[in-house]
Design a protein around this ligand. Structure first.
Ligand code: HEC
Length: 135
């Protein structure tokens, strides 16, 4: 009888532990999926194909302003000219958090980004960047 009680208790503990662990990661996965969906509305992943934004085909490691035929915004062009940035992980961590703020910081001007979408959560940004590298 004691054994049985202990077993029930242990099972309850395990259930409680897994209940807190699973929704946390499922929550992150859900947020990442949502963000990816947003990228897809404004960006294509086909080489050279522009939508509202430039193609994100192999974008990680690309030099700024490299999408031929895409009309980058004023703030973007200023930042690219001044800082000659490369779209690497460090750039993306700041850019995706707040595109306009980051471009303004790089250019020292008041013109922001044409991209208004922001990802506030750091863990979501990290996952999105890992995903971008596969594109
Ligand atoms: C509402 C439309 C919109 C959404 C949503 C959006 N973007 Fe953008 N994105 C743009 C536009 C427009 C630009 C061009 C920025 C400029 O010229 O100022 C851009 C530029 C970029 C650039 C720079 C590309 C280059 O050639 O320098 C990257 C990287 C990028 N977006 C990544 C993303 C990612 C990742 C997501 C999803 C998390 C995303 N964007 C969501 C519109 C969007």
């Amino acid at each position: 009888m004691m054994k049985m009680k202990f077993f029930v208790f242990a099972a309850a503990v395990i259930a409680a532990l897994s209940m807190t662990a699973v929704p946390a990661s499922a929550d992150l996965a859900g947020k990442v999926k949502k963000a990816q969906k947003q990228c897809n509305t404004c960006h294509s992943f086909k080489a050279g194909k522009k939508k509202a934004g430039p193609s994100l085909h192999k974008v990680v490691g690309r030099k700024c302003g490299a999408h031929e035929g895409y009309k980058y915004g004023k703030g973007y062009k200023k930042a690219c000219k001044k800082a000659a940035f490369v779209i690497d992980e460090a750039f993306l961590m700041d850019y995706l958090k707040n595109p306009s703020k980051h471009l303004k910081k790089l250019s020292g001007s008041k013109s922001g980004s044409k991209m208004s979408y922001k990802i506030k959560k750091e863990d979501v940004r990290k996952e999105v960047i890992t995903w971008l590298k596969t594109k």
